[in-house]
Design a protein around this ligand. Structure first.
Ligand code: SAH
Ligand code: SF4
Length: 398
């Protein structure tokens, strides 16, 4: 894990239960206060120590001096889709910016489920994988998030929902970053958000999405067998996947699918495969047939997601007809398929897009060069030639 510059004062969520107990002992505060503090942090609408009046003024002041209430120095919220989606742009103590997206869904009578709310969390500031259709990939990698910085995205979501009389039901690791390249922190954060005194979210309601970190998939199966695995596949043919998910050069399609199949055997949990649909790039019948070939025998669910436009790429979403055609081919082969509408698109909430905008536009010449390289590289990949060099991001942080 790459080091993050530790701030002078830790945030409450950086402390696990024993560490919080030790801090309270040092401050000569009674041990029973720990639960009260966690309740205030996770089950109220308080956003500062000053608002946690149940603790009393002296303890509020003492905690205020020893601990930051939460990991972020600034929270900017932008609502979209008539209030169904809230995008949160969060500034970390060292100025790095990340995003989290809160999505609210009404009750579904047909399925007999109540209202749901999902927070999509980031696991890193930026991402080192560099998928060329992804706005986070464009930013390059800044640093890993700490477990507290991950948990506090969940905490803020709960706080916002509490103010609306609703509760958080699901957590998905589909924001910025590759969660399994920061697995220690992600697993520690899952401990926090499943702790009944903190997030209280069931493991089964958590999804970890990976671009295919094979050893990480095996580790997840062993240590958190109830967490759902989502694999960002995007293409089943190696030359194209090399381009779309550069990690494929290290762990090719067959190894990723084998790791997911082993995960399924160990955990009994069905894998979800994500395919971002890019017009003319990965949406031909040949692509669908290749998907059918690699997924043969697996009881998988496939999500087809129209690509959100990202400024630095020459690519855009597949037509609805193409997406329907691919879905039909996959269904005919016995797979269950969902065509996803990309939540938050109307205000630019695709993975990493909000933070990318804040980071400033890359130089037009760099964008033009990158677009040109992508056009050449995708043409070669579609002819079946494997690319050797990743397309370097043109972004301001690269
Ligand atoms: N790094 C992890 C998790 C974060 S990305 C992963 O890649 O799985 C979460 C999902 O958003 C991935 O499936 C990714 O492919 C998708 N995504 C990224 N950029 C997108 C875009 N421009 N349009 C649609 N989906 C996108
Ligand atoms: Fe990273 Fe996922 Fe974006 Fe690829 S799609 S660059 S792995 S965040």
């Amino acid at each position: 894990m790459s080091p993050s510059t530790a701030p002078a004062t830790p945030a409450l969520s950086e402390l696990d239960r024993p560490a919080l107990g030790a801090l309270l002992r040092d401050l000569k505060v009674e041990a029973y206060r720990a639960d009260q503090i966690l309740d205030a942090a996770w089950r109220s609408t308080a956003a500062t120590w000053g608002e946690v009046t149940t603790l009393g003024k002296p303890l509020q002041a003492m905690l205020g001096a020893a601990l930051r209430f939460e990991a972020f120095s600034e929270i900017v919220r932008e609502d979209a889709e008539e209030g169904a989606t809230s995008k949160l742009l969060l500034t970390l103590h060292d100025g790095a910016k990340i995003e989290a997206v809160l999505m609210r869904y009404p009750a579904d009578k047909r399925r007999g489920s109540g209202p749901r709310a999902t927070i999509c969390v980031s696991s890193q500031a930026g991402c080192a994988v560099g998928c060329p259709f992804c706005a986070t990939g464009e930013l390059g990698f800044t640093r890993n998030l700490t477990p507290g910085e991950i948990q506090d995205q969940v905490r803020i979501a709960r706080r916002i929902l509490r103010g609306e009389g609703r509760d958080l039901t699901n957590v998905v690791f589909m924001g910025m970053g590759e969660p399994l390249q920061n697995a220690d922190a992600v697993l520690a954060a899952i401990d926090g958000i499943t702790d009944p005194k903190r997030g209280g979210i069931g493991q089964r309601r958590i999804v970890v999405s990976t671009s295919g970190v094979v050893p990480g998939i095996a580790r997840l199966a062993t240590v958190r067998p109830q967490v759902t695995l989502a694999v960002s596949l995007h293409a089943a043919r190696n030359p194209l996947r090399d381009l779309l998910v550069p990690l494929n050069r290290k762990w090719p399609v067959e190894e990723v699918i084998a790791a997911a199949a082993a995960h399924h055997r160990t955990t009994g949990r069905r894998t979800t495969y994500e395919v971002t649909m890019i017009d003319g790039i990965n949406d031909t019948d040949e692509d669908a047939q290749a998907l059918v070939r690699v997924l043969r025998g697996s009881d998988a669910h496939v999500n087809l997601i129209p690509m959100n436009a990202v400024a630095h790429t020459p690519w855009h979403e597949s037509t609805p007809e193409r997406i329907e055609a691919i879905a039909a081919l996959l269904r005919a082969a016995g797979h269950s398929v969902t065509i996803r509408r990309n939540r938050g698109r109307d205000a630019g909430a695709a993975c990493g897009q909000l933070a990318a905008e804040q980071a400033g536009a890359p130089a037009p010449a760099a964008v033009a060069r990158r677009r040109e390289l992508l056009v050449t590289a995708s043409a070669a990949a579609l002819k079946g030639e494997r690319t050797r060099e990743p397309i370097a991001p043109s972004g301001p942080l690269a």
